[in-house]
Design a protein around this ligand. Structure first.
Ligand code: SF4
Length: 279
């Protein structure tokens, strides 16, 4: 493996939950992806076609929901549900009572704010505000297995999305700050519609998260050494396996891994990135 990798992050680099999660999972992956901008030399998961197909379906589902929320007629959108997965997810979505009467809804919302030495950005599927009472963050997940709540609780997405809404979301709330206690993040699983995960928030969590995010971003921007992951299980689904001499063969995507403590890269690559890529 070459040892002449660049190690300096561009001052204009904008952090997101994906890049922070990458660093958290493996500092070397962060370096290769965001500093070296190295093309992905290995297939992430097997079987390739099935995985790609699943990602495309997930993207289409996100688009259908977004278009429904901005007022396109159900009949028109239903025609797009041209696979068993999409039909089931769409039916589940239409049948679920999100109870958002009176809420101001923003779809495909991007928020960003300075955080430590750089900016932090998040793209939300839906933010719904009931002025002075509630600020709900919705994220649609199309994984075929439902991850454990404990695992989702510590994902960068859960921490970044709630903290950034408090930090940068006042313009959604008539210019008034959004108190952390009003914020709640909801992961809604298209295959498990009656089992969403809900993460409320409070001032202590917000302070903890924002301080930690600033610390992490400052740490990364000052880093000059990005070691390989200690836990080689994280390499099984990583596109840089051959580059790092951590095996050539792709891991087999088995969503039963979701919720395991030891890995989660599959979920990160295949589902969390959908929201990041498509909007
Ligand atoms: S193959 Fe392993 S060590 Fe290399 S970047 Fe990926 S996770 Fe990190």
């Amino acid at each position: 493996m070459p040892d002449d990798l660049k190690s300096e992050l561009a001052p204009s680099f904008i952090f997101s939950q994906s890049s922070l999660q990458d660093y958290f999972d493996c500092p070397r992956r962060f370096q290769l992806r965001y500093i070296e901008h190295l093309a992905w030399p290995s297939v992430e998961t097997e079987p390739v076609q099935e995985n790609e197909h699943r990602q495309q379906e997930g993207q289409l589902f996100h688009r259908m929901v977004q278009q429904h929320l901005v007022g396109l007629p159900v009949e028109k959108l239903t025609r797009l549900a041209n696979s068993a997965d999409l039909s089931r997810w769409w039916e589940n979505y239409l049948g679920y009572k999100f109870e958002l009467d009176g809420y101001t809804q923003s779809t495909e919302l991007t928020l960003s704010a300075p955080c430590g030495s750089h900016r932090l950005l998040a793209k939300y599927d839906l933010v719904a505000i009931l002025s002075g009472r509630k600020a709900l963050i919705f994220d649609w997940k199309t994984s075929h297995k439902r991850p454990r709540d404990e695992w989702m609780a510590v994902r960068m997405q859960t921490r970044v999305y709630r903290a950034l809404l408090v930090q940068a979301g006042s313009y959604l709330n008539g210019a008034a700050p959004i108190p952390p206690e009003q914020v709640e993040m909801v992961y809604w699983y298209a295959d498990f519609p009656s089992e969403p995960t809900r993460f409320p928030y409070n001032a202590a969590q917000y302070k903890r998260d924002w301080d930690a995010l600033m610390g992490l971003i400052n740490e990364i921007s000052n880093h000059r050494h990005f070691p390989l992951a200690d836990d080689e299980k994280k390499c099984a689904f990583c596109p840089y396996r051959s580059y790092c001499n951590r095996g050539v063969k792709a891991g087999v995507l088995d969503e039963s891994d979701l919720g395991m403590e030891t890995t989660g890269t599959d979920f990160n690559l295949n589902f969390e990135q959908i929201a990041e890529i498509e909007f």
